[in-house]
Design a protein around this ligand. Sequence first.
Ligand SMILES: [Zn+2]
Length: 167
Amino acid sequence: MSAGRAFREAARARGEKFYISGELCSRGHAGLRYTANQTCVECSKDQQRRADEKRRQRRDSDPVYGEHRREQRRVANRSYGKRNRDKKSAEWMQWFADRLQRTPKWADLKEIRKFYTVSTMLSRLTGMQHHVDHIIPLRGKCVSGLHIAENLRVIPEFENLSKGAKF
Ligand SMILES: [Zn+2]
């Protein structure tokens, strides 16, 4: 029985996880071995480190890919928004109004969307930015309007800005 094997048997008998083989491993480490499978602890740590490094590299390279994907989505969204500006702003305003809970269940969403379509058309035709304005602001000082067709009108941008929320 080689010295290494004897040491291992002894370690196993004592229930020890590691033993010293007294021989160099194939990579020249003279340190501990695992009792269970004679693996060089130093080599196994090396392997672990290499695996960690590989995972880290993958993690590091994935964000690049992720960023690339994000940019792709951004571009796609941007051109969608350009092609469907009225739809986009209607959606946004809808979301805004929803949040303010100023859109009653009975609101005619189709009618509402028309205002945004008109606003976009007017902006294009006149070259002047138009907005959909809430006649009674959704968040007025005293009264709050509803996000309904009856409370909407299309006005040039500067008018919308100068009005403010005075109700
Ligand atoms: Zn080794």
